[in-house]
Write a protein that binds this ligand. Sequence first.
Ligand SMILES: [Zn+2]
Length: 90
Amino acid sequence: MKNVPVRMCVACRQKMPKTSLIRAVRTPEGNIMLDFTGKAAGRGAYLCDNADCVKKLSRGKLLGKVFKVPVPDEIYREMERAYEGRKQGS
Ligand SMILES: [Zn+2]
C-alpha cells in the first residue's frame, strides 16, 4: 500500500489522507477559494470533503486564522456555493 500523506482538517482537526480532503488556498494575489485541483499556487489549508466541515469553516471563520488575513463572509459563502456546485455537477 502506498504511503498517502496525511493532513489535518482545519475544521474538525482530524487527520485524514490528503486524497480525501479538499484544499482551500490563498493565492499569491490574495484570493481565497476552494482549490479542487489541489494544484493552485499559494498557501493551502485542508478540510474534509463534507458539507459539515465546509460549514464549520465559515461558522468559525477558520481560514482567517489559518491564513492570518481577514476573510469576509462573502468568501465563505462563495466557497460553500462552490462546494455544493461541485457536488451537483459531478
Ligand atoms: Zn473535517
